[in-house]
Design a protein around this ligand. Structure first.
Ligand code: HEC
Length: 228
């Protein structure tokens, strides 16, 4: 096998291919080119033709520059997809409701840690609690993920609800938001009476005196606070 690949002449027959010149006793054998090398050489010539035709003439394969551009485009798509999974970049415009147990669980933990003094352990408040009932369908600053997220993030400092954006990460605010919305309708026997307007998801607040007809928009009052 090796002999076929190299076509090396055996030592006994070297005499036959010995060339006639001699320099200071150094002589040369007239070996043929090893077939493995010759095949590789022909192969590369054939390949160059295939490459030339496919890449430069009929254009069915991308050239290196196009390949590079394609890879960069794909990389951008991948990075964007990855960034979208980082919930820490979420804000009141991109926040979405989560019903995942892990998210609601961390929302509950944060709620217990930061929010219960004013909103009650169950979020329903009481007649003496500072904060409103978060379990009913009435909202002072609008219901739905976007408004609730926005209220927690920017707060209503003049009414005693602080802005949490410096203490909580966006992902934590998002988890709190989903947790609070999951409390809808739970209430309690001693819950605080409804305050604000009845909120219907996907529609304008039922109260026609409301100023924000677009439910998806952040209400003007919270948006104003966002500037501070
Ligand atoms: C120091 C007391 C206090 C704490 C602590 C507090 N809140 Fe509030 N919260 C309030 C008050 C007071 C309001 C009502 C503001 C108003 O009347 O405009 C409110 C309103 C809200 C609203 C809007 C309710 C509505 O009807 O629109 C949400 C949502 C809310 N709080 C969530 C939270 C969350 C989440 C936390 C914990 C991270 C928290 N609050 C901690 C006092 C508090």
């Amino acid at each position: 096998m090796l002999a076929r690949l190299t076509r090396q002449v055996s030592a006994e027959k070297e005499q036959d291919i010995l060339m006639h010149h001699e320099y200071d006793g150094i002589r040369e054998l007239d070996n043929v080119l090893p077939p493995w090398w010759v095949w590789l050489f022909y192969g590369s010539i054939i390949w160059s033709v295939v490459y030339l035709v496919n890449v430069h003439i009929i254009d069915i394969w991308p050239d290196q520059k196009t390949e590079y551009t394609n890879e960069m485009v794909q990389a951008r798509v991948d990075v964007d997809a990855y960034m979208a999974t980082l919930t820490n970049t979420v804000d009141e415009n991109t926040v979405v409701l989560s019903t995942e147990a892990s998210v609601l669980g961390s929302g509950r933990t944060a709620f217990t840690q930061y929010c219960t003094p004013c909103h009650g352990a169950d979020g329903a408040g009481s007649e003496t609690s500072v904060g409103p009932n978060l379990t009913d369908a009435h909202w002072i600053h609008g219901g739905g993920v976007k408004n609730v997220f926005s209220t927690i993030k920017y707060g209503v400092p003049e009414k005693g609800m602080i802005s949490w954006k410096t203490q909580l990460k966006p992902a934590e605010i998002a988890a709190l938001t989903s947790f609070i919305i999951s409390l809808q309708g739970t209430g309690s026997a001693t819950q605080k009476a409804p305050q604000g307007e009845l909120w219907t998801e996907g529609g304008a607040p039922v109260d026609t005196t409301a100023t924000a007809p677009d439910s998806s928009a952040v209400r003007a009052d919270t948006a104003r606070l966002a500037v501070n």
